[in-house]
Design a protein around this ligand. Structure first.
Ligand code: ADP
Length: 208
């Protein structure tokens, strides 16, 4: 009897903890500053940062089958197919069962990815808390990405036509994810031009 009760309360506590997870979708076009802000958020809230772009680059660097597959798409500035991306994302979340929250950076980028994320988190007794979108004018994005390309050597940041294609893909395939979470009352648009600290303060005032 006591054993049963203990089990029950343990499960209950686990469930409460999951409900109180902070799960933030950091959203915005390429070059809008998601990676920079994600690093600061990780420090402040002590949560896990998952960047699908970084995961793909890691796989590519190791020439894994997944990396080779992703490379064809990334080199053109296209999206990697949903089934590949969703599977990779789920593995990463499942590898970190004890975290108190997650920042999703670069995911979801399609409605199908958003639906998959919602049902995946629901199975775990949790959900997306907020979507925070960084709003930056296109010409500013191009300048930032070309500069990043010079410094990092990232292939998809070097060629202006690939950069413009990624921004176009964002407008045509990804932007709708903002509306998807907006109808659930979860989306906020933040002006993404200013100092890093100014933008960070805008973001945390939404989360807190
Ligand atoms: P950025 O947001 O600056 O374009 P990322 O590092 O987030 O850069 O992503 C780089 C590339 O990785 C994308 O152009 C795309 O090819 C691929 N990628 C990243 N996340 C996803 C995703 N959720 N779905 C499909 N492809 C993705």
């Amino acid at each position: 009897m006591f054993h049963w009760l203990r089990q029950f309360f343990r499960k209950f506590a686990l469930q409460m903890n999951k409900k109180s997870m902070i799960n933030i979708v950091l959203f915005g076009p390429p070059g809008s500053g998601k990676g920079t802000q994600a690093e600061l958020l990780v420090k402040k809230y002590n949560i896990l940062h998952i960047s699908t772009g970084d995961l793909f680059r890691y796989e590519m660097g190791n020439n894994t089958p997944l990396g080779l597959k992703a490379k064809e798409y990334m080199a053109k500035g296209e999206l990697v197919p949903d089934e590949v991306t969703i599977g990779m994302l789920k593995n990463k979340v499942n590898d970190n069962p004890d975290v108190t929250g997650i920042i999703f950076d670069g995911f979801p980028r399609t409605i199908r990815q958003a639906e998959a994320l919602d049902s995946f988190l629901a199975e775990k007794g949790t959900e997306v808390t907020n979507l925070i979108a960084l709003d930056v004018p296109e010409e500013e994005l191009v300048v930032r990405l070309l500069k990043r390309g010079e410094a990092s050597g990232r292939a998809d940041d070097k060629d202006e036509s690939i950069i413009r294609n990624r921004i176009h893909v964002y407008q045509s395939e990804t932007k709708q994810v903002f509306d998807y979470y907006d109808t659930k009352g979860k989306s906020s648009l933040i002006f993404g031009v200013g100092t890093i600290d100014e933008i960070f303060n805008r973001i945390t005032s939404v989360i807190d």
